[in-house]
Design a protein around this ligand. Structure first.
Ligand SMILES: Cc1cc2nc3c(=O)[nH]c(=O)nc-3n(C[C@H](O)[C@H](O)[C@H](O)COP(=O)(O)O)c2cc1C
Length: 187
């Protein structure tokens, strides 16, 4: 059993994130979910607390949280995954901006991080977004599950559609395999 921190950001693909939570939980892993405020506009915390059977975190200043919850959350995972990851969150992570619970927590995470971008094709191709992803790959060894091409919620077609949940789960398991066995994964 591994501990996984799942960040969900404000992409329309957030509805697919629930399947990732469900699959990882069914595999026997402990999943702790953080939703950004934008994500919580699209999907409800209750979906994720029900699937993970753990409280969901949405607010750095939540008065029911004790002490510095973001640091406790950062110390917890064997692997962290952000799926879907918006252009905004990718940009903030690349530049050390910590203005809400997910990016603040991620700044203190030392476990491997898997990122599944999801956005409009023009956003994804924007050189600034590409540079931010390169920065995270090169400086922090973040792993990216590349988005696919196809129909996008905005009505466009192109590259930016979040990878399928099964592929993202596999990337998490691969990262876990490297943490626990030093290579390969049968998890
Ligand atoms: C309905 C809707 C869908 C959105 N989908 C995306 C998306 O797929 N990818 C993206 O990068 N931003 C998307 N956005 C914009 C983000 O929600 C916005 O940039 C927000 O600030 C992201 O905040 P977060 O990164 O903290 O979740 C969407 C906005 C709306 C209203």
């Amino acid at each position: 059993m591994a501990r996984i921190l799942q960040g969900v950001t404000g992409s329309i693909a957030a509805y697919k994130a629930a399947e990732i939570t469900s699959r990882l939980t069914q595999l026997g892993h402990e999943v702790h979910v953080i939703l950004t405020r934008s994500a919580a506009e699209l999907v409800t915390p209750r979906t994720f607390s029900t699937l993970s059977r753990h409280p969901v975190h949405t607010d750095l200043w939540d008065r029911t949280e004790e002490f510095t919850e973001h640091i406790s959350l950062a110390e917890l995972p064997d692997v962290a995954v952000i799926a879907p990851a918006t252009a905004n969150t990718i940009g903030k992570l690349a530049h050390g901006i910590a203005d809400e619970i997910l990016t603040t927590t991620l700044l203190a995470v030392t476990a491997p991080v898997v990122i599944a971008p999801a956005m409009n094709a023009r956003m994804f191709e924007n050189p600034v977004v590409q540079a931010n992803m390169a920065l995270l790959r090169e400086r922090l060894s973040y792993r990216f599950v590349e988005p696919g091409s196809g129909y996008l919620a905005c009505g466009d077609t192109g590259r930016g559609r979040m990878a399928e949940p099964a592929e993202i789960v596999q990337a998490v398991l691969d990262a876990l395999g490297e943490v626990t066995c030093g290579g390969g994964s049968d998890l």
